[in-house]
Design a protein around this ligand. Structure first.
Ligand SMILES: [Mg+2]
Length: 329
């Protein structure tokens, strides 16, 4: 490792611990052989990991490094939110092409700026990771692997498998906004070059993990099952149906559309990172949870021979809803 990489890591170490010292969950962080984490009595540990790969999940020419760092952590935190846990610590291993660690405002330093800003927002310490040069010359690509460790009350994790026949289906926030913004980005990348500040107006660049909602669903025992919408409603709802052994009906008219989003974007667009959850039909589900609007969009039903696993009800007509995956670049 060169002097520049060491300087970056020293800086990250100094900034990474701010949240941890308040919370006290991190006994030992960056600087020792392994992190030592404390959790509370009666909790279970949850762990999630996700790759963010250049030209698969982001483009260096399209996405500011701050946005790449933000989204890398947001994807991990969204999984923690979906399972109803509180985040305890994050770890990121980053491989970057030669030259991206040069200077105080290097790509790498700015990647960590974006990641640490979101970490601070949720009081999650960055407790470790690695930094290396990716192999290859001009073809070398950046790759980041995020690991987030969380904790949830024993036996209370929100699983994909808990939905029952008759349950109502809900989603947080809006759907399709990230897909709509990606479409605009594809048309004119130059327009978005200066998108480096976190604002809700940029759902593709800066998705917000719904941690507060996930925690409230667990504490108030509202949800029977949950998943985060990372690959698109149709794909993630299919996972929920599959794991719960149910079928689902979605009402097109009830879908909360994000800014600029079409119905297709809301059904199949990825990267929204909202929570999709089910609740008993008789449960009182607030219109807003932890400050995030919640919309009922459909229902879960017992499987029936000859009926599709997912259906879309639109203008009084029922058609099969097929999972159409989120297309990366
Ligand atoms: Mg997920």
């Amino acid at each position: 490792m060169g002097e520049r990489e060491r300087a970056i890591l020293r800086d990250i170490r100094a900034r990474a611990l701010r949240g941890a010292e308040r919370e006290g969950a991190l006994r030992v962080g960056i600087g020792d052989d392994a992190a030592v984490l404390a959790v509370r009595r009666g909790e279970e540990i949850v762990v999630t990991t996700d790759f963010s790969l250049e030209d698969v999940h982001f483009r260096r020419g399209w996405h500011a490094p701050e946005a790449v760092g933000h989204k890398c952590l947001a994807r991990g935190l969204s999984d923690i939110a979906a399972i109803g846990a509180r985040p305890v610590a994050a770890f990121v291993s980053l491989a970057v092409p030669r030259g991206l660690t040069q200077g105080r405002h290097s790509w790498t330093a700015r990647f960590y700026d974006g990641l640490l800003a979101l970490a601070e927002r949720w009081d999650v310490p960055l407790a470790g990771g690695d930094l290396a040069q990716s192999p290859g010359g001009a073809d070398a690509r950046a790759a980041a692997d995020i690991v987030v460790v969380g904790a949830v009350e024993r036996g209370r994790a929100l699983l994909r498998s808990g939905a029952k026949a008759g349950d109502a289906l809900y989603v947080t926030g809006t759907l399709g906004g990230a897909a709509a913004e990606l479409r605009a980005l594809t048309r004119s990348p130059a327009r978005f070059r200066s998108v480096i500040l976190v604002t809700p107006e940029h759902p593709h660049f800066f998705p917000q993990p719904r941690i507060g909602v996930g925690r409230a669903l667990v504490r108030r025992k509202i949800a029977t099952a949950a998943i985060d919408v990372s690959d698109g409603l149709s794909v993630d709802l299919e996972h929920l149906c599959e794991e719960s052994g149910m079928r689902a009906e979605v009402d097109a008219a009830l879908l909360p559309l994000g800014s600029g989003a079409t119905l297709e974007d809301a059904l199949h667009g990825g990267d929204d990172y909202e929570l999709l959850f089910t609740a008993d039909a008789g449960a009182r589900v607030p219109r807003s949870i932890a400050g995030i609007p919640v919309h009922r969009i459909g229902r879960m039903l017992r499987r029936q021979a000859g009926r599709p696993q997912m259906a879309l009800v639109k203008d009084g007509r029922r058609t099969e809803l097929k999972p159409e995956g989120w297309q990366h670049f």
